[in-house]
Design a protein around this ligand. Structure first.
Ligand SMILES: Cc1cc2nc3c(=O)[nH]c(=O)nc-3n(C[C@H](O)[C@H](O)[C@H](O)COP(=O)(O)OP(=O)(O)OC[C@H]3O[C@@H](n4cnc5c(N)ncnc54)[C@H](O)[C@@H]3O)c2cc1C
Length: 478
């Protein structure tokens, strides 16, 4: 490519979504990626043993399935098959019991005993309005939604702490179910908005499920690169950019990086006021991740867990809340909250016949160098006695190592910044358009912008939309 119209730094799902959106509009796009391979948080590798294909970062794709960007992308034609486990997620508690979200609100409620009616009352209206709520939440929250009443109804409940929402349930299973899914927020469960993360992920579970990608998340990256190159775009890997001055001249520069990296890339070119606002951006806790090669499926005691794509491990609401509060206080919990994914329930291609891959992480304080393998395995063993006997090999990354592999995961924060109420609405700062920066023609497109973390490509799509509006007066449809 001689002279690109637009350059993108970083080839995570948002960088590639931005690149594809720009290329669809007819621009010549060049992507620069520092890592040896493309994909950022969407890659698959043999991390343990030959034949065991592990998702290095993202593994479970409810937000891809719900994303308007991916709805407008023919992923299937480019080799992506989403496989949806019967049970979206389950949270076991001691005694062989579990709360589980499986299929419709009605079917899930039926498994929650005394909380069936409370579950129907909470989730029923929200899931009915999912087609209005999801596109509004996956957009910059500063814009007026298309269906304000439905979105306001969701918003009023989403503002609540998970601890307050949890009072609507009386059984330990239903309360643990809510705690586990709300803990994706990385917030203490007493924090305003923590319940909103849980509600959103439950709405998505009932609407499109929590799928995994057949063969691994890297297929999404491959599909986006395939479309980009078919439109004349180009991806150069192994080239870290340390200053905007290193980039070829272009009409638009889109940066799939977090505010801290942007300030460093821009250097003196960025006005002090803007640099100061971005320096106040808050990052969240980190994660310690473990991938296992197993000789067989995990022997969960609770039946629902055996069919679940994702498990939330920590025990009761109170136990999960305590673990998350400890992390916020800078401690490493003895019994950490863990998220575990077992793609093998629907995808036999991840491991040799009869064997399995398992993916999991726990939350830890930012920048932690502590290896939590033992504590994560103890939590799995607690709900699946005999698990340890299945381990053939494992690979662990501390929070510090997670950042070393991808500078976007500051201190091991995989969400691109803390999801406080303020940073959910004003992400990354108070500017009306979250993607434009103080530098003309330079845009942020990472998960540090609205709508935040996850593989949905929407930050990239909206950032490219801002660039196209500035360059060509083109509006990207919601
Ligand atoms: C362990 C883990 C588990 C996760 N699980 C899930 C999950 O199950 N489901 C889900 O939806 N999400 C999950 N996520 C989150 C998801 O991966 C991220 O939210 C998503 O990848 C963010 O996309 P992005 O494009 O904004 O950034 P990234 O995917 O982080 O991509 C940024 C890219 O920019 C590159 N880069 C940065 N700086 C430079 C530079 N100066 N020069 C050149 N290149 C640069 C990086 O190398 C990287 O490739 C997980 C993340 C991790 C780490």
């Amino acid at each position: 490519m001689t002279a690109p119209d637009a350059v993108v730094v970083g080839s995570g799902p948002n960088g590639l979504a931005a690149a594809v959106t720009l290329a669809r509009a007819g621009l010549a796009v060049e992507v620069f990626e520092g890592a040896p391979g493309a994909g950022g948080g969407c890659r698959t590798q043999e991390l343990t043993l030959p034949g065991f294909r592990h998702d290095v970062c993202s593994a479970v794709h409810p937000l891809s399935a719900a994303s308007p960007f991916f709805a407008g992308t023919d992923l299937a034609a480019r080799g992506v098959t989403l496989l949806t486990p019967k049970v979206a997620f389950a949270t076991p508690i001691d005694g062989g019991l579990a709360g589980a979200v499986a299929g419709s609100v009605e079917a899930t409620a039926a498994g929650l005993g005394a909380d069936a009616a409370a579950y129907r009352r909470l989730l029923g209206p929200l899931v009915r309005d999912a087609a209005a709520i999801l596109p509004a939440i996956l957009a910059p929250l500063r814009s007026v939604p298309g269906h304000p009443v439905a979105v306001a109804r969701f918003g009023l409940q989403a503002l609540l702490p998970a601890s307050q929402l949890g009072r609507r349930f009386q059984t330990s299973q239903a309360r643990a179910l809510l705690a586990g899914v709300s803990a994706h927020s990385f917030l203490p469960l007493s924090a305003p908005g923590s319940g909103g993360f849980g509600l959103l992920l439950m709405i998505v579970a009932h609407s499109v499920g929590w799928p995994v990608v057949q063969g691994g998340s890297a297929r999404i990256t491959d599909a986006l690169i395939s479309e980009l190159t078919s439109l004349g775009g180009q991806v150069t890997t192994g080239q870290w950019i340390s200053s905007l001055a290193e980039l070829p001249p272009a009409m638009a520069t889109l940066l799939d990086v977090t505010p801290r990296q942007f300030v460093a890339l821009a250097g003196d070119a960025l006005p002090a006021r803007s640099a100061g606002a971005l320096a106040r951006f808050r990052y969240g806790p980190g994660i310690c991740k473990v991938d296992w090669a197993l000789s067989g499926p995990v022997p969960w005691t609770a039946q629902a867990c055996r069919q679940a794509g994702t498990l939330h491990l920590g025990g009761t609401f109170a136990e999960i809340a305590r673990a998350e509060a400890e992390v916020t206080a800078g401690k490493h919990p003895e019994r950490p909250f863990c998220i575990v994914a077992q793609p093998g329930v629907v995808d036999s291609s991840r491991a040799p016949a009869g064997q399995q891959t398992l993916w999991g992480y726990c939350h830890v304080p930012s920048g932690s160098t502590v290896d939590m393998t033992e504590r994560i395995e103890a939590q799995i063993e607690r709900f699946a006695p005999g698990f340890r006997d299945l381990i053939l090999a494992r690979a662990t990354r501390s929070a510090a190592e997670v950042e070393r592999h991808n500078p976007n995961y500051v201190g091991g924060d995989i969400a691109g910044g803390l999801g406080t109420l303020r940073q959910t609405v004003f992400r990354p700062d108070m500017r009306w358009n979250p993607y434009r920066t103080a530098l003309k023609g330079v845009y942020l497109c990472s998960s540090s912008t609205s709508p935040g973390g996850g593989v949905h490509g929407m930050c990239g799509m909206w950032a490219a939309g801002a660039a196209l509006a500035d360059l060509l007066g083109v509006r990207v449809a919601r």
